[in-house]
Design a binder for this molecule. Structure first.
Ligand code: ADP
Length: 388
């Protein structure tokens, strides 16, 4: 091998290693996060406990974000990012991003102002990835703006483009860095005096995903202390949304409350993960059974007739893909809601799961509030909603 080939091979192995690392770090996070939610539900009120729980949940979210960034960063390097595009009402993606960013925004004392100057804009995009782009930008605004500052998100039309700008009144970016911040692992040197928890991957991912959508992203700032604005421009397509859906300014959709009791089958070869999730669902008033592998899942489903199956995909023997296919093939199986709960969030896994009959794909550790919201909406509406 030549020296260049050696270097390429070493680089490829490093990217492979980062992908495996991100995956392996995710698995233990899932039961830890569920465990925290359970303690919160059953523990008696005590200020010390509440404070400790809040701290642990904040740290956990931070850890999950870092692992997500690591996974996506290695995805960019290995050319593994893919989009599943379809017409998406941009306002919906924005609302998902606001919902997903709520914890970090709240942790930093922010409540963004949102302007939909055009709420009928539709883009040909991947809803999950569009939400991810905006979540990254909003999280940065939260991180780099002191409490009391203002974060503003505006959606508007400019000719045939949809333009989303996310601004803050935070620490700003020196002019020399406005282009560099989009490079992988880049962080503004003057900001590093105080770490704000990041790997320097978020904006590289934003730029890559925006480009894959045929758009562009730019950063503006007049320098340190003057705030920053990130502008995403995407080609829009003709809008199919009826006019009476219009509204000029909105807050993120509230998380669905008052969930009706349902029959859940939780399938996971990790006993701890399955048992913890079952306890959590029971605490919410649902009826729950668990299965430790795909074969067991199909048998149990035959008798228990769950309304919702939460399916781990990667299991020895009959895996979650095959179990989903078998459940779907049964006469009673076509109307069941199947949600994959998996460590693997690559596009190829999502597609395979979809082909096997899975309705929703959640990457562990799962935000159970979001999961139950999706379940409630799907079952109550009788239709499935596109969420990441
Ligand atoms: P990180 O994980 O460090 O936040 P990003 O790729 O998201 O990585 O951002 C790269 C760098 O750009 C950050 O380290 C920070 O210095 C700067 N940056 C990003 N967003 C903002 C913002 N809203 N205000 C000020 N600086 C920002």
């Amino acid at each position: 091998m030549t020296e260049v080939e050696d270097l390429r091979e070493a680089d490829r192995r490093k990217d492979e290693f980062l992908a495996i690392l991100a995956h392996e770090l995710r698995n233990p996070l899932a039961p830890l996060q569920t465990g925290l939610e359970i303690i919160r539900q059953v523990a008696t009120a005590s200020p010390t406990l509440t404070q400790t729980m809040n701290m642990m949940e904040r740290q956990m979210r931070q850890l999950v974000r870092l692992v997500d960034d690591l996974r996506d960063g290695s995805g960019i390097a290995r050319g593994k990012l893919q989009l599943q595009r379809r017409p998406v009402v941009l306002m919906k993606a924005v609302e998902q991003a606001l919902e997903a960013s709520r914890p970090i925004l709240e942790a930093h004392g922010h409540d963004p102002i949102v302007h939909y100057r055009d709420d009928r804009l539709v883009v040909d995009g991947d809803p999950a990835r569009l939400a991810q782009i905006l979540t990254n930008l909003l999280s940065n605004c939260a991180k780099y703006t002191e409490p009391g500052g203002t974060i503003t998100l505006t959606v508007e039309r400019d000719g045939d483009d949809a333009v989303i700008s996310v601004s803050d009144t935070g620490i700003g970016i020196p002019p020399d860095y406005l282009e560099d911040v989009f490079e992988m692992f880049s962080q503004v040197r003057v900001h590093q005096a105080r770490s704000r928890g990041g790997l320097g991957i978020g904006l590289a991912l934003v730029r890559r995903l925006v480009q894959m959508h045929g758009g562009s992203v730019t950063a503006h700032s007049l320098g340190i202390g003057t705030g920053s604005t990130f502008t995403v421009r995407l080609p829009s397509i003709a809008d199919p949304v009826p006019k009476d859906n219009a509204c000029s300014s909105a807050k993120p959709a509230a998380v669905i409350e008052g969930i009706k009791a349902r029959r859940f089958l939780v399938v996971d070869d990790n006993d701890d993960a399955a048992a913890l999730l079952a306890v959590l669902l029971e605490l919410e008033g649902h009826e729950v059974q668990t299965a430790a592998n795909g074969g067991d899942a199909v048998q149990r489903a035959e008798v228990f007739r769950p309304e919702v199956v939460l399916m781990d995909l990667d299991m020895p023997g009959i895996d979650g893909f095959e179990a989903s296919r078998r459940i779907r093939a049964r006469p009673w199986g076509s109307t069941i809601l199947i949600a994959a709960l998996t460590g693997w969030g690559q596009d190829v896994d999502r597609r395979r799961a979809q082909e096997a009959g899975v309705d929703f794909h959640f990457v562990k550790p799962v935000d159970t509030t979001a999961l139950l919201g999706v379940v409630a909406r799907s079952l109550n509406d009788g239709r499935h909603i596109d969420l990441p």
